[in-house]
Design a protein around this ligand. Structure first.
Ligand code: IPM
Ligand code: MN
Length: 375
């Protein structure tokens, strides 16, 4: 019997509740399909930070490097300044494990109410491949008052090292933030997108950018899309500016198949994507390093106001668990979970508040478990 070692990070807010349901579902399918999951739980998050002043240590991440994957609930807590946990834990882990793909399927399931009039599950079924380590997320910049100053900024990655030495002279207070993409960092994610498109049987890859304004970064991005596309003669590609893409996601979601996007625009357009597939409670994501340790999570946050109420929808997390199983080689089990979710939503008997029902978070987890057992 094969065993998979999984690091489990319940996190903050509703994190522990949703991850409990996700774990329950994975344990069930593993029993049915005859493999074993060896969970190691890590108390990373706000509580741990407030007690110990520790976010996530290199030792902890090293330990996780020996595992097969990471399953994360949610991070974020109103007692902390925005960004502390997000940057100190989530982005730190994405970068440390070099999870350069953020994979976000946008799929409207049957039985789910869609805010777009006259759009059906046939119209909304695409996938967003968001670059996950570069762009404006490299996190370098500063804020300085009027005068002369210097700054030394670095981006240290396994792929490359970049150093900026700045001489600054300004007569008003300024804030500045440097975004950057690299050739290798871009090539690998574009290639991933084309490979995924091929696997899905797509005929088109849509690349998102803002080359008309942020031209240094995104003309470079476009060039790499052009070059990479040559290796995929059966797949056409198109460029969409990010502002226009938000419009088309709403007006003509059926046009999209595989979408590839730089990090920051990807963050924005996948919240929109989540909404057109029925809401944040249904949107899963994976931070993927195809040759390393990946991390799976719902794309929503920790929803502190619902903490401990057993109220939110765990489907995004359960679905993220399915993406995780797919990545670690349990494709059949992953499919079973997605099918169970589809069946439950179509039947509409168990519905959490976000779906217009009265069921709890654990009711929904139980329903998926029962469905798996009944198959
Ligand atoms: C997401 C989140 C994160 C991001 C934040 C919490 C750092 O919004 O996963 O989409 O911006 O990537
Ligand atoms: Mn986001």
């Amino acid at each position: 019997m094969s065993t998979h070692k999984i690091a489990l990070i319940p996190g903050d807010g509703i994190g522990p509740e949703i991850i409990r349901e996700g774990r329950k579902v994975i344990d069930t399918v593993s029993e049915i399909d005859g493999f074993e999951i060896n969970w190691t739980e890590y108390p990373i998050g706000a509580e741990h930070y407030l007690k110990t002043k520790e976010l996530v240590t290199e030792d902890t991440m090293k330990e996780m490097s020996s595992m097969d994957s990471i399953y994360l609930g949610a991070l974020g807590d109103p007692r902390m300044k925005p960004g502390v946990l997000e940057k100190g834990i989530l982005l730190t882990m994405r970068f440390y494990f070099d999870q350069y793909v953020n994979l976000r399927p946008i799929k409207l399931l049957e039985g789910v109410w869609c805010p777009l009039k006259n759009k059906t599950p046939e119209d909304i079924d695409f996938v967003v491949v968001r670059e996950n380590t570069e762009d404006f997320y490299v996190g370098i910049g500063d804020r300085v008052g009027p005068g002369k100053s210097q700054n030394h900024l670095e981006v240290l990655r396994e792929l490359y090292t970049v150093k900026f030495d700045l001489d600054i002279e300004n007569d008003d207070e300024i804030g500045y933030q440097i975004g950057m993409i690299s050739r290798k960092g871009t090539e690998r994610v574009i290639k991933y997108a084309f490979e995924l498109a091929k696997k899905r049987g797509d005929t088109r890859v849509t690349a998102v950018d803002k080359a008309n304004v942020l031209s240094y970064i995104y003309n470079f991005w476009r060039e790499i899309v052009e070059e990479t596309s040559k290796g995929y003669p059966g797949i056409e590609h198109g460029f969409n500016l990010v502002d226009a893409v938000t419009m088309w996601f709403v007006k003509n979601p059926e046009w999209f198949q595989t979408v590839v996007t730089p990090n920051m625009f990807g963050d924005i357009i996948t919240d929109l994507g989540a909404m057109i597939q029925g809401g944040m409670g249904l949107a899963p994501g994976g931070n993927i390093n195809p040759d390393g340790i990946s991390m799976f999570e719902p794309i929503h946050g920790s929803a502190p106001k619902y903490k401990g109420m057993n109220r939110v929808n765990p489907i995004a997390t359960i679905w993220a668990g399915a993406l995780m199983l797919d990545e670690i080689g349990e494709e059949e089990s992953a499919k079973k979970i997605v099918k169970a979710i589809e069946d439950i939503l179509r039947e509409g008997k168990v519905r959490t508040k976000d779906l217009g029902g009265e069921n709890t978070c654990s009711d929904m987890g139980d329903a998926v478990v029962e469905k798996l057992k009944a198959e």
